[in-house]
Write a protein that binds this ligand. Structure first.
Ligand SMILES: [Ca+2]
Ligand SMILES: [Ca+2]
Length: 89
């Protein structure tokens, strides 16, 4: 399946659900997602090219430029990442 065609998901996840899932990957519990944490999250959600996508999503959503996704920036991240068809594995 070409990577640029979003995978169809049987049910749409709400933004809150996706946020909750992503925050489970905050391994060091600092309340922010680093690029490594994001990459792991994407990988476990079944995304291909997770390293590349994590970098792209981080650059897009990281509004204050600190290299991490905090709670405020999470909405941007979720909206951006949802185009890739996130799913619960
Ligand atoms: Ca973290
Ligand atoms: Ca940030």
């Amino acid at each position: 399946m070409p990577w640029f065609i979003p995978r169809r998901v049987s049910h749409r996840l709400s933004e809150e659900q996706v946020k909750g899932m992503l925050m489970k990957y905050d391994k060091n519990k600092d309340g922010k997602l680093s690029k490594q944490e994001l990459r792991l999250a994407f990988k476990e959600m079944g995304l291909h090219f997770c390293r590349w996508k994590a970098g792209k999503a981080l650059r897009y959503a990281d509004k204050n430029g600190d290299g991490y996704i905090n709670e405020d920036e999470m909405s941007e991240l979720v909206q951006y990442a949802s185009r890739w068809g996130l799913s619960i594995s």
